[in-house]
Ligand binder design. Structure first.
Ligand code: G4F
Length: 283
């Protein structure tokens, strides 16, 4: 598929032969592996599929890159704060031990070590970006930030009365995807591959995010939110908070967009999606 400046090639991350063909055909300079079944709760329901995509999928891309035998290719792996699980250490940095608490995170730990191994054993320019939660108006609707802003816009539009959520006490270090994508690119511009935590260093609860987004329209979320026991996970990580000192020093990276601005952007986009002019609410 062709656009103005990008080509989209179809392929399945679990299909090694297709990955090999594509890497040979495209001869990329940089490969970013962002492919995943990335929903934590779904990974409890579909652990095998999740592992095939998240763990073996990453290894298959690495193999395709190694097979081409071309030393100029730089490889980025989307690792995640989920690799830390419920650890005592806070904030988490590159030296914090891994304790994955769901099938998705277990797959990501496997992939992390394969990337490190390919770097050390084969000299591949390969980096793990240990990215904490990153959101934008393009976020899938079954992740909590977007579920909240979509639900809020639908409430304003009169299309739903209630918003069903799970654990409101969970705390996450939420940044804006735009800032985080820049960090991914910066990693591949370095002389050699390495592992970097990318985070804001601030943690907020789901309740805080409700306060910010409903508050931006002058509403009290407790009038609309109900807890659905089915949305509680077998294990949920209570708090993530990242220390990205290494990335700040080595890459010169820092997050620019606050959680308040991110939430307002998401609320405004979802209002517009419902045909409501965000300017009505002072946006
Ligand atoms: O938005 P979430 O589903 O994101 P989660 O589980 O933190 O994972 C996201 O970020 C990770 C780090 O970058 C990625 F690796 C991963 O792929 C994904 O992008 O849930 C955030 C928190 C959780 O504690 C969850 O229990 O919100 C809580 N929550 C409460 N009610 C809910 C809901 N999460 C979802 N998805 N839906 C709810 O109704």
């Amino acid at each position: 598929m062709q656009g103005d400046s990008i080509y989209l090639h179809f392929g399945d991350i679990t299909d090694s032969s297709r990955l090999n063909d594509l890497i040979n055909q495209v001869e990329p300079n940089e490969v970013y592996n962002l492919a995943a079944q990335s929903h934590v709760q779904i990974s409890f329901d579909e652990p095998i599929h999740t592992s095939e995509v998240v763990a073996l999928g990453a290894l298959k891309v690495l193999e395709a890159v190694r097979n081409i035998g071309s030393s100029h290719i730089r490889f980025y792996q989307a690792t995640t704060s989920e690799v830390y699980g419920n650890v005592e250490a806070s904030p988490q940095d590159e030296k914090t031990p891994f304790h994955p608490d769901n099938p998705y995170a277990c797959g990501k730990v496997f992939a992390f070590h394969q990337v490190r191994l390919y770097r050390e054993a084969y000299g591949l320019h390969a980096s793990n970006g240990i990215l904490f939660n990153h959101e934008s108006p393009r976020r899938g609707e079954n992740f909590v930030t977007r579920k909240i802003t979509r639900g809020l816009a639908r409430i304003i539009a009169g299309k739903q009365d209630k918003l069903l959520l799970g654990n409101l006490d969970a705390r996450r270090d939420w940044g804006h995807a735009k800032d985080y994508v820049q960090a991914m690119w910066m990693m591949l511009q370095q002389a050699s591959g390495d592992d970097y935590v990318i985070a804001t260093g601030k943690s907020y609860s789901v309740r805080d995010y409700l306060d910010i987004s409903f508050g931006s329209l002058g509403l009290d979320w407790s009038d609309y939110v109900e807890i659905d026991q089915n949305l509680l996970r077998p294990i949920d990580v209570s708090e993530f908070i990242g220390d990205s000192k290494k990335a700040r020093n080595a890459l010169g990276w820092e997050p620019k967009i606050s959680l308040e601005d991110l939430a307002r952007e998401m609320v405004a986009t979802d209002l517009a999606h419902e045909g409501i002019d965000p300017a009505q609410f002072g946006f």
